[in-house]
Design a protein around this ligand. Structure first.
Ligand code: G1P
Length: 280
C-alpha cells in the first residue's frame, strides 16, 4: 500500500453491452466508436496520460477484437504504407508504442467486483487504477485518472470518482455518503450499490474511475454477493472504508454515459463538434 507510483490500469471489459444490441451481438461494446475512435482507446489514452503504461484487460467470450485493436494489422499496414491514410493511424500507433497489454478472461458475468478479482493475476500486490470504458470522461486540462493519481500520491488510499446526479438517477449507480474534507473530496462513510429510489444516501454517484489499494482483493474474496446477485466492488469498498480510508473525488471534467444510447449520441456530437472546431 505504500508505493507511490501507479503503473497498471485494469479495464473490466467482459460485459455484454445489452443496451446496444444488436450492434454488440458480435462486437465488444468497448469497440463502439465515438466518431472514429473506439471507447477502449479513449480509456487507454487517459491511462497513458496519467503515467500508467501497463493495461490489464479483463475480457470474455467474443472480445477478441479488443486484442486485435492493440496489435499490428500487417495487411492493412502494407496497403496504406506511404499513403496519406497513414495519418489515421497516428494515435493508435502511439498507444501501441507506449503501452503494454495483458489479458485474462472472466468466465461468467458475476459483477464488477468479480471482474476486478479476475484481474488480480495481472495486477499483483500493488495499487492500481480501474477504468470503465463506457464512462467517457473528457477534460480540458489533466484527465480524470491523472487527477486521481495526483490525489493518490498525497493520500495513499483507495479513491473513487464521483459526480452529482439527479435524485431520480441515483438508482443506476453506486452512491456514497461521507464527510467533506474539501469542496471536491469526501471521506467515505457509507456506500450503497444501486440504492432503491428514495433510499439513496446522497446524490453523489460513483463514476467508472477507481484507484484501488491491493488489499481490496482479499476484501473482495470475503465479500458476499450483493445487488443483482453479483459481487459488487461498491460493497468491498464500503468494507475498506470501515477498516481504514476510502476517498471520493468530485473530478473536473465532463462525463458521458456511453453505455446508454442518449449518452453515446451526446458524446458523439460533442466530439464531432470538437473535431470541426479544430478544423478536422
Ligand atoms: C458500475 C458500478 C457502479 C458505478 C457504475 C459507474 O455499475 O457497479 O457502482 O456507479 O459502474 O458507471 P454498472 O454501470 O456496471 O451497472
Amino acid at each position: 500500500m505504500s508505493q507511490v507510483a501507479i503503473s497498471k490500469c485494469l479495464f473490466p471489459a467482459a460485459g455484454y453491452g445489452t443496451r446496444f444490441l444488436p450492434a454488440t451481438k458480435a462486437m465488444p461494446k468497448e469497440m463502439m466508436p465515438i466518431v472514429n475512435k473506439p471507447l477502449i482507446q479513449y480509456g487507454v489514452e487517459e491511462a497513458l496520460a496519467a503515467g500508467l503504461g501497463e493495461m490489464a484487460i479483463v475480457t470474455g467470450r467474443g472480445k477478441r477484437a479488443l486484442e486485435d485493436h492493440f496489435d499490428l494489422n500487417v495487411e492493412l499496414e502494407q496497403q496504406i504504407a506511404g499513403t496519406d491514410k497513414e495519418d489515421y493511424l497516428v494515435d493508435i500507433r502511439a498507444v501501441m508504442a507506449q503501452a503494454t497489454f495483458t489479458y485474462t478472461r472472466q468466465k461468467s458475468m458475476r459483477g464488477l467486483g468479480d471482474a476486478i478479482l479476475t484481474g488480480e493475476p495481472l495486477i499483483g500486490d500493488e495499487a492500481f487504477a480501474v477504468l470503465l470504458a463506457d464512462d467517457l470522461c473528457l477534460t480540458e486540462g489533466p484527465g480524470v485518472l491523472s487527477q486521481m493519481v495526483e490525489l493518490y500520491r498525497q493520500f495513499r488510499c483507495s479513491i473513487v470518482a464521483i459526480e452529482e446526479v439527479p435524485a431520480e438517477e441515483t438508482h443506476k449507480y453506486g452512491v456514497i455518503a461521507g464527510e467533506a474534507l474539501r469542496d471536491d473530496l469526501y471521506r467515505v462513510e457509507r456506500m450503497v450499490e444501486k440504492p432503491p429510489r428514495g433510499e439513496e444516501p446522497s446524490r453523489l454517484a460513483i463514476i467508472g474511475r477507481y484507484i484501488l489499494t491491493p488489499d481490496i482483493f482479499d476484501i473482495l474474496r470475503a465479500t458476499p454477493v450483493g445487488r443483482n446477485g453479483e459481487l459488487q466492488i461498491t460493497d468491498a469498498l464500503a468494507e475498506q472504508a470501515r477498516r481504514g480510508c476510502v476517498l471520493a473525488y468530485r473530478f473536473v471534467g465532463r462525463r458521458f454515459d456511453c453505455g446508454s444510447v442518449p449518452g453515446y449520441v451526446a458524446a458523439t456530437n460533442y466530439c464531432y463538434q470538437g473535431m470541426l472546431a479544430e478544423g478536422g
